[in-house]
Write a protein that binds this ligand. Structure first.
Ligand code: NAP
Ligand code: GDD
Length: 351
């Protein structure tokens, strides 16, 4: 029998995880299809380095316009692509912003998951093709449940985002049980990288401290420094997503490092790397506090280790160093351009 090239469809391909997952699947010789949103400016910066113009080369990466709020569009893309695997990574993924935009967040995160599950159900029914489905769940679902958290820890969501993810979790499990679909929930703890969005706290810190180091910015404004998170490296975590879809049986998994650090710890580590006195430059801005906070996340990923053979490779210290080094280089480039008279206006915003 000839070799069958696997096809994957990724929602949220332009996000941090979408970019790493695309690199991983292309390295495994998949044909990768991604759903992108129409925007008035380019939003494909994280995947531009792997995208090739289909007019000029034989390519394995294809992009389709779509949105998790648009059910008919999702079904059309599924019928066109006929994927073997679907990774649902698309989301309004910022926890604090979900308090400002609760209804939109729930629409994308909860209803968006239901829409894509329905589209897969219809597609499978009409074509007979099995589609394996990965749902990007979150440690935020554990919220106020005390650490350590594993697959048996009760959910106690503390934000509209987290409530939406809990609904997505249950839709995914219910469709597995009701229709025998190969659906898995990956409950991933925080994971970061140089591709992390600049309004999440780790990247906000490495970006700002690097600019302060080079005299491009004076202060860094933050919210709660006492919150603790289990921070891993995104490049390691997309491997776990893929492994979950290669198993004989669809099951749900926690993915985490098993270590927890405070926001202050992250600040100290980044400032030490950059040789800065963080206490002289960090100020509190109450706008960055949340109406309900998640105090401490610490994951127990024993099941992923035993069943998937998955373990994190990059340590906390290596992660902070990797991000600080990357952002220091960005700041150097910015300084060169600024010294040459170029005017940057959009930096310094943050959530
Ligand atoms: P991210 O960088 O914020 O990327 C989110 C992606 O979703 C982007 O591609 C975004 O498109 C897309 N998107 C937003 N709204 C959409 C809509 N209405 N329809 C279709 N796509 C939409 O997030 P990430 O860090 O890569 O995380 C990936 C997934 O894992 C998310 O579902 C997130 O909630 C979840 N998660 C993340 C973590 C973490 O620590 N990173 C942990 C647990 C779970 P644009 O580029 O156009 O904005
Ligand atoms: N974003 C942000 N900005 N967070 C701050 C700031 C600030 O200025 N100051 C303190 N924090 C604190 C937040 O209150 C929170 O306790 C912690 O830093 C981490 O915030 P984020 O980096 O925004 O991440 P998150 O933990 O809320 O959510 C991320 O991880 C989840 C998994 O646990 C996101 O990636 C979610 O999409 C993901 O599900």
């Amino acid at each position: 029998m000839g070799y069958i090239m696997k096809r994957a469809l990724i929602t949220g391909i332009t996000g941090q995880d979408g970019a790493y997952l695309t690199e991983l699947l292309l390295s495994k010789k998949y044909e990768v299809h991604g759903i992108i949103r129409r925007a008035s400016s380019f939003n494909t910066g994280r995947i531009d380095h792997i995208y090739q113009d289909p007019h000029e080369a034989k390519v394995n990466l294809f992009l389709h316009y779509g949105d998790l709020t648009d059910a008919t569009g999702l079904l059309r893309i599924l019928n066109e692509v006929k994927p073997h695997e679907v990774y649902n990574l698309g989301a309004q993924s910022h926890v604090r912003v979900s308090f400002d935009q609760p209804e939109y967040t729930a629409d994308v995160v909860a209803m968006g998951t239901l829409r894509i599950l329905e589209a897969i159900r219809d597609h499978q029914q009409f074509t007979g093709n099995e589609v394996r489905f990965y749902q990007a769940c979150s440690s935020e679902m554990f919220g106020a449940s005390p650490p350590p958290q594993d697959e048996n820890t009760p959910f106690y969501p503390r934000s509209p985002y987290a409530v939406g993810k809990v609904a997505g979790f249950h839709f995914t499990r219910n469709y597995r049980e009701a229709y025998g679909m190969f659906n898995v929930n990956g409950i991933l703890f925080n994971h970061e990288s140089p591709k992390r969005g600049e309004t999440f706290v780790t990247r906000k810190i490495t970006r700002a401290l690097s600019r302060i180091k080079l005299g491009l910015q004076d202060y860094l404004y933050l919210g709660n420094l006492d919150a603790k998170r289990d921070w891993g490296y995104a490049g390691d975590y997309v491997e776990a997503m893929w492994l979950m879809l290669q198993q004989d049986k669809p099951e749900d998994y926690v993915v985490a490092t098993g270590e927890t650090w405070s926001v202050r710890d992250f600040l100290i580590e980044a400032a030490t790397y950059l040789e800065l006195d963080w206490e002289a430059v960090v100020k509190l801005d109450e706008r960055f506090l949340r109406p309900t906070e998640v105090r401490e996340l610490l994951g127990d990923a024993s099941k992923a280790k035993n069943n998937l053979g998955w373990e994190p490779k990059v340590s906390f210290k290596e992660l902070v160093g990797m991000m600080a080094e990357h952002d220091l280089e960005l700041a150097r480039q910015e300084k060169t351009l600024t010294d040459a008279g170029h005017n940057f206006t959009q930096l310094g915003r943050g959530e």
